[in-house]
Design a protein around this ligand. Structure first.
Ligand code: ADP
Length: 552
């Protein structure tokens, strides 16, 4: 028997229409670095999205599932693109502006982007690449920045250059949005390639809609029209964790930092705009902490912060607790849209009892089914002890990667199981009540004499030491044990390295056989394009003899 319910497609267009009408007055505030930020209401954003869609169709000839790329910071024009492009039936492709140039070129060509929307401040990055972007026909520039380099690069080529504001000016503020199949592509994002070549994940209208609803549940981020969220996580990094879509559903104000991502302007914008929520990777919160400890600012408006993308050291949570800001840990990946887990403790606990739950990666929502697979392929129990690779499935989880125009989707065996689950490459345990604790990435785990050592556990313990600003631990080859941990540490200003005492400090927290015997003080930990520890680089530095290593 079929149901008697309407089969209304779940689309980004619907989210746009809802936000611009029901939450017409909610605002996107973009930091400009000047005295006044730029403020636009959701109604204005909606009208400008219609103008942009009209211009893309009528002036630039965008049609069908053409890919329109963005190379932009977090700002209101980027939000306009987020809604205009998928709603007109085209595919939004957000480009990671921190990728090495050759990867950017590869990605643009692989996705066959026809148009690039770019911020003026990023033209020095785009212009030299232009001759290699063979699929690109139009570049549309918005915001401040010298146009010179682009004009020069485009001269004599077939690429047409447009000004965003000129292109949309005077156009109708409504658009006859097409009725779309909810399963079609809305947006695409390539993984940042921390552990290999970038791979294209293509989100559907349906997956974005359902994911946004989950973000808005209280067990996830739980934001309402009384909130403003500071979206530090870039719009090119898994759709800014889905926040621009989720906020349009419930009228949450967006505070966008544009290119002002350094700790000082972030602290200033929090103090003056008083967001109630924020989202960013641990590196950002580490930097902001050092900034406000040196020059105090009031961060207390941010009742809750979502932190994820890499393991959050418990010491960082404690430090922010003292500042009146609660960090809430979440796990996810490009392939999971990204929301996978959020670490809200269960009901009825004291603050002390909540702590062991807060430091986990969190609980799975209804849309994410999880299982742990052991080294021999067995499904492991949820006993908080059996460690295996995390596999997930659900309506906002990838089932393949984009293969390129006309090519079959890619389903590499190490990423997708035969029965259709995503193999995350993350290793961890799950408690009987469904809380995930990740111990490592499969590729980062240290295999010492047949036992596994968690690099994350060592890092978390080290980062609780008062003299240590950051610590990254990697596996290095060892004749006797196969692999052993190498600890690289960044010292706080004025501190000096005393490896014996660091080792004694660690010995209070981890088993003796796990203690690193190789140590190195470094100026900074190498980071990936989205601010995560780049362990590939550290391993290479060690192999090339570039680190000053002391054996203790
Ligand atoms: P990349 O794979 O290129 O780093 P993603 O942003 O998709 O790009 O990264 C997803 C990975 O980031 C996860 O598989 C996991 O290893 C790591 N990660 C994300 N959130 C957390 C978290 N809260 N704790 C530990 N690791 C995390």
């Amino acid at each position: 028997m079929l149901s008697t319910m309407q089969d209304v497609p779940l689309t980004v267009t619907r989210i746009l229409h809802h936000g611009m009408t029901i939450h017409a007055k909610s605002q996107v505030t973009t930091w400009t670095g000047e005295s006044e930020p730029q403020r636009r209401s959701f109604a204005e954003i909606g009208a400008r999205a219609a103008q942009l869609a009209g211009a893309l169709r009528d002036e630039l000839g965008v049609s069908g599932d053409d890919r329109v790329a963005t190379l932009m910071w977090n700002n209101s024009e980027h939000v306009e693109a987020y809604f205009a492009i998928p709603s007109m039936g085209a595919v939004l492709h957000t480009l990671n502006l921190r990728l090495p140039p050759e990867q950017l070129v590869w990605i643009v060509r692989h996705a066959a982007d026809r148009v690039v929307l770019v911020n003026g401040s990023l033209l020095p990055l785009l212009a030299p690449l232009l001759p290699h972007l063979t699929t690109v026909e139009h570049v549309v520039v918005s915001g401040p920045g010298d146009r010179g380099p682009l004009t020069e690069a485009a001269a004599g080529s077939a690429v047409q250059v447009h000004e965003y504001e000129d292109l949309i000016a005077g156009r109708p503020t409504t658009y006859d949005w097409p009725e779309l199949d909810e399963r079609t592509a809305a947006a695409m994002c390539y993984t940042s390639g921390t552990t290999g070549e970038p791979k294209g994940v293509v989100y559907s209208h349906r997956s974005i809609y359902l994911h946004s609803m989950q973000i808005n549940l209280a067990e996830s981020m739980g934001l309402t029209d009384k909130d403003t969220t500071l979206i530090v996580v870039p719009q090119f990094h898994v759709n800014a964790w889905g926040l621009p879509h989720a906020t349009f559903m419930t009228g949450v104000g967006m505070l966008m930092p544009d290119r002002f991502l350094q700790p000082a302007p972030l602290a200033d914008m929090i103090e003056s705009e008083k967001p109630s929520h924020a989202a960013a990777v641990p590196t950002i919160w580490q930097g902001l902490l050092a900034e406000v400890l040196a020059k105090p600012r009031d961060l207390t408006s941010m009742a809750r912060v979502t932190i994820g993308g890499a393991a959050c050291p418990p010491a960082l949570m404690e430090a922010y607790d003292k500042l009146g800001v609660r960090l809430c840990h979440a796990w996810g990946m490009t392939e999971t849209s990204p929301l996978g887990t959020t670490s809200n403790p269960p009901a009825g606990l004291t603050a002390e009892e909540e702590w062991p739950y807060r430091i986990t990666q969190g609980r799975f929502p209804v849309g994410v089914e999880a299982r742990l697979t052991g080294p021999d392929g067995d499904t492991l129990p949820w006993d908080n002890e059996s460690a295996g690779e995390l596999e997930v499935r659900g309506p906002w989880i990838a089932t393949s990667y984009y293969g390129g125009a006309g090519a079959e989707p890619l389903r590499p065996e190490d990423k997708f199981s035969e029965d259709g689950w995503l193999k995350t490459g993350d290793v961890g345990v799950i408690s009987p009540d469904g809380y995930l604790t990740l111990t490592d990435r499969a590729k980062d785990v240290i295999k010492s004499g047949g036992e596994w050592i968690s690099s994350v556990a060592l890092e978390n313990a080290l980062m609780a030491h008062p003299d240590i600003a950051e610590a990254a631990v990697v596996a290095v080859p060892d004749e006797k044990w196969g692999e052993r941990p190498l600890a690289t540490v960044v010292l706080k200003e004025g501190a000096s390295a005393d490896y014996e005492s660091l080792k004694a400090f660690l010995a209070e927290k981890v088993a003796k056989w796990q203690l690193p015997e190789r140590w190195s003080v470094v100026e900074s930990v190498p980071k990936t394009s989205v601010g995560k520890f780049d362990k590939k680089v550290i391993r290479k530095q060690y192999a090339d003899g570039e680190l000053d290593v002391t054996e203790v």
